[in-house]
Design a protein around this ligand. Structure first.
Ligand code: ADP
Ligand code: MG
Length: 377
């Protein structure tokens, strides 16, 4: 017999709201979804009280994970401000807890280091975001191959798939297993190709419809960042959700990032999107390490002839105009797509190819810009 929603409710009996009411009776729980030992629900509270509720959420999470048969849980705090309520200073976005929905509209002015408001993730060196103005530009493919390129430089690398709406890492890595919990009830990331990987896609069945609202997204990502046993990493590559909307902005604010990489195709439109991406990171004071031009040119798989079908070079030109580094270009090539589709990314499966070299060259530029020393062998 698997775990039932009622058992989860019972497990919450000793968890109380900040005012002392039993959590299950406080009228704040969403539907409890239990799927093959995995438990999901959200706690919906007033944004002004979000900080006080974070401890309740953590307690509920611990109680659920202690239930025999529970393999993982994702308990999100969703905070919503009551109409007309004044913003509470205590509910400002920070590394832990959930920002109020209103925070999406008015991020604090960027000042000081992006790290000043955020606790670093213990054991994790540099966290870098791979972002794009829109989906479908090859952001996830680039993120994973760059992570492998960084691995080849001798770095210990993790990949956090923050694309909650369309997680790509299960497919791109071929990972099908779910993360296990350690003795401290923290999720252990899956190791593949020498990378530690975490994705919401490891927890949610593809068929399970998940409706993520803004604050829930941030809560889920904060948990994947802070409640996962990442161990010691030189670098964590975050595959950001596509776009530059409010949710992405808040996320960029919440995750203590040392730098961002913008992936763009050469087309003009994508470049306009890329510009928005730049503006977003500038607003939250995360340095943009540079632009990668993906699907930069077409290389015929038969004759090797190169054609600039998308107006190659746009990103390099644009990067120059914007005063941002151009990190390199990756061609549009069948092998990149085919290897991604079967879960053996190109840098792993064709390490000696020109394309793998292209990814490694970009990885090396990223490393240089972050000035990460290669750990002594
Ligand atoms: N350089 C490339 N050459 C060929 N296909 C690519 C390349 N980069 C990405 N793709 C393909 O384009 C599609 C979208 O890529 P994906 O990484 O999922 O984009 P995003 O994360 O931006 O939505 C995938 O089918 C992927 O295999
Ligand atoms: Mg993607």
């Amino acid at each position: 017999m698997g775990v039932t929603a009622q058992q989860v409710r019972d497990a919450l009996a000793n968890v109380t709201s900040p005012r002392g009411a039993p959590l299950a009776d406080a009228g704040v729980l969403s539907e409890i979804v239990v799927n093959d030992g995995k438990v999901f629900f959200s706690i919906n509270v007033d944004a002004a009280e979000a900080n006080a509720w974070e401890a309740v959420r953590a307690k509920a999470d611990a109680a659920v994970r202690a239930l025999p048969g529970v393999t993982s849980s994702m308990i999100a705090l969703t905070a919503e401000r009551k109409a007309g309520a004044a913003p509470a200073p205590s509910a400002r976005p920070q590394a832990r807890g959930v920002p109020p929905a209103s925070a999406h509209r008015a991020p604090p002015a960027a000042h000081g280091s992006p790290m000043s408001k955020q606790a670093p993730v213990e054991g994790v060196g540099a966290i870098i975001a791979v972002a794009s103005g829109k989906g479908g530009v090859g952001k996830s493919t680039t993120a994973l191959n760059l992570a492998l390129g960084l691995r080849d430089l001798g770095l210990r690398v993790g990949v956090l798939d923050a694309d909650i709406y369309g997680p790509s890492m299960p497919k791109l890595t071929g990972i099908r297993e779910k993360p296990q919990l350690n003795d401290a009830k923290r999720m252990i990331p899956i190791e593949r190709f020498g990378l530690k990987v975490m994705s919401i896609g490891f927890l949610v069945e593809e068929e399970t419809p998940m409706i993520w609202r803004g604050p829930m997204v941030q809560s889920a990502i904060t948990q994947m960042l802070r409640e996962v046993e990442w161990g010691t990493l030189d670098m964590m590559v975050v595959d950001m959700p596509p776009g530059t909307g409010d949710a992405q902005l808040t996320l960029a604010q919440q995750v203590p990032m040392q730098g961002a990489i913008i992936v763009s195709t050469p087309q003009d439109l994508a470049l306009i999107d890329a510009r928005r991406g730049l503006a977003m990171f500038t607003r939250v004071n995360v340095p943009v390490l540079g632009i990668v031009e993906n699907m930069s040119y077409f290389q015929c798989p038969h004759c090797g002839t190169r054609s600039d079908i998308f107006g190659h070079g746009g990103a390099r030109l644009e990067a120059g105009k914007l005063g941002v580094a151009f990190l390199g270009e990756v061609p549009l090539h069948m092998d990149i797509r085919a290897t991604s589709d079967v879960g053996t990314p190109l840098v792993e499966s064709q390490p000696k190819s020109d394309h793998a070299n292209a990814y490694r060259a970009i990885a090396s530029r990223i490393k240089d810009r972050l000035r990460i020393a290669i750990p002594a062998a």
